[in-house]
Design a binder for this molecule. Sequence first.
Ligand SMILES: NC(=O)c1ccc[n+]([C@@H]2O[C@H](COP(=O)([O-])OP(=O)(O)OC[C@H]3O[C@@H](n4cnc5c(N)ncnc54)[C@H](OP(=O)(O)O)[C@@H]3O)[C@@H](O)[C@H]2O)c1
Length: 239
Amino acid sequence: MDWQNQKVVVLGGSSGIGLALVKRLVAAGASVVAVGRDRAKLDDALLGIGGQVTSEALDCADRAALGHFFGGLGRIDHLVMTLSGGEGAGPFAELDLAALRRGFEAKFWPQLEAAQTALPTLRRDGSLTFLTAISARIANPGTAGLGAINGALESMIGTLARELAPLRVNAVSPGVIDTPWWDRFPASVKSELFRQQSETLPVRRVGQADDVAHALQFLLENTFMTGAVIECDGGLRLL
Ligand SMILES: NC(=O)c1ccc[n+]([C@@H]2O[C@H](COP(=O)([O-])OP(=O)(O)OC[C@H]3O[C@@H](n4cnc5c(N)ncnc54)[C@H](OP(=O)(O)O)[C@@H]3O)[C@@H](O)[C@H]2O)c1
């Protein structure tokens, strides 16, 4: 792919997987717009990246803000949604369903709102890529809620790929990735989980943001990929 002529929007581009993707695409020569809610966080994250990157601070849970953003953008070739939620984990018997509802509001709905709002702006045969999570495909106790949020998104990928063709629609489904997403948990919980993952995963290490960014870049580049969900989990789903 000639990245020099590609314009990509990364929603959630100020941290973790989204930021790793922004860095990859800018290095490849693409023109990238990184989106997050926090202006200072965006400025900090993008400092020194160089290349063709701009940023926009907006809340993707706000449909009007999304409409204003995409309306003023001009044609784009690819949209990638790496928005993070975070709430909704825990054993089902004690699961706080209000928190799970907030988890849907923070991830499921913003990704759908953004995808729908962006359609008139997206190149007809460009691409639309969601970021889900392997919780949708494994039966790990304590992840039923997260699995529901991500499974809801994954269940739409094939249908959207047919309905919106020739636009390509795909997703990457990550396992445990070392990003600031984990900072919401106590440090001891995070380090114990990462230690256990490093011992048990077939690849014997926790994932890095760039591992997932690499898979996302592949889906943007490969014009024969549509309706696919790539598992980028170090083999977690096999355990
Ligand atoms: N890390 C993992 O182990 C892991 C595993 C499986 C799946 N995932 C999924 O991967 C995705 C990215 O996770 P990550 O680990 O890279 O998380 P992260 O480091 O917390 O990054 C999340 C990004 O999304 C932005 N964001 C969140 N809500 C937003 C909103 N309403 N509007 C605009 N921007 C918003 C954040 O910026 P602001 O806060 O400034 O808005 C930030 O740039 C998430 O969907 C997560 O569920 C992660």
